[in-house]
Design a protein around this ligand. Structure first.
Ligand SMILES: Nc1ncnc2c1ncn2[C@@H]1O[C@H](COP(=O)(O)OP(=O)(O)OP(=O)(O)O)[C@@H](O)[C@H]1O
Length: 262
């Protein structure tokens, strides 16, 4: 269904992503881990056609259900984003308009992407906020972003991204700005949503514990290349590449390995 084939990207003629290939199954979670600057964000931004203007795709393809995405126009992408592929950023708060209440922003987002009436869009927004365990959706809707905690803003970002039940969710360090408890809540919510809707998720994370806990497969990246990939179990228990071993050494107690305990 979702596949990336030999994708190469450069910024200002410097190659930063080399022959990135990923074939996702429906309902699968893949985590991209690796050192800072290894090309993780570049990979998912290229999948979402959201590279900065210095960035250029040199070769490769990105396909969803057999349809090539790289040759879509900006207008065609407006139909694809949110509906077929959605993205969650490190700080969803930064993506929100600071001087508009959540209600206005969420309703506008829904109406741009659908033919819902205003009342239907308000109901949908509330339903989505509730689905990310935001207990008091009316209060959230009536708040400006700065009146919400970082975790609440991130949930608003997750709720918006999930509104149209996209087939693919791209998440760029969605929990790294959050405290450990809120990180866990967001991770659990993403996994719940995956279970409920069978969406495929590509998550970029610095946190190997989060990757192991969430992902079916882990891709380890270094210098723009995938140096190792495998099931989370194999990456933890049978790492092959020296860099993977080095990464694992930095996390001596991978608490998430209890995933395999009975
Ligand atoms: N807009 C840009 N212009 C020029 N170079 C860029 C730009 N964005 C990223 N790069 C470079 O591309 C390389 C890959 O960056 P990228 O953000 O994809 O790495 P990353 O693995 O996500 O890093 P991090 O974990 O720190 O977020 C880096 O060398 C970075 O400096």
């Amino acid at each position: 269904m979702f596949s990336v084939d030999n994708l190469s990207v450069s910024y200002l003629d410097q190659a930063v992503l080399k022959n990135f290939t990923l074939k996702m199954n429906q309902g699968e979670i893949v985590a991209l881990v690796g050192e800072s600057g290894s090309g993780k964000s570049t990979a998912i931004r290229a999948m979402f056609s959201l590279l900065s203007h210095e960035g250029r795709i040199d070769s490769g393809s990105v396909c969803l259900d057999g349809e090539s995405l790289l040759d879509k126009t900006a207008e065609q992408w407006r139909d694809i984003r949110g509906k077929k592929i959605a993205m969650i950023f490190q700080d969803s708060g930064a993506m929100l308009n600071p001087i508009a209440k959540i209600k206005g922003q969420f309703v506008e987002y829904i109406r741009i992407h659908s033919s819902m009436t205003k009342a239907e869009a308000v109901a949908k927004a509330k339903e989505m906020l509730l689905s990310t365990n935001l207990q008091d959706p009316d209060r959230v809707m009536d708040s400006f972003p700065f009146q919400l905690s970082g975790g609440m803003r991130q949930r608003v970002g997750v709720a918006m991204a999930m509104t149209f039940n996209p087939k693919v969710l791209l998440a760029d360090e969605p929990t790294s700005a959050l405290d450990a408890t809120t990180q866990k809540l967001i991770v659990d919510e993403m996994m719940e949503l995956r279970d409920k809707h069978q969406m495929s998720i590509v998550i970029v994370t610095h946190n190997l514990g989060v990757a192991v806990h969430m992902a079916d497969r882990i891709f380890v990246m270094q210098n723009g290349e995938v140096v190792e990939q495998g099931t989370s179990y194999d990456i933890v228990h049978n790492p092959q590449h020296p860099y993977t071993k080095q990464l694992l050494d930095t996390v001596p107690e991978l608490e998430a390995t209890d995933r395999w305990h009975c």
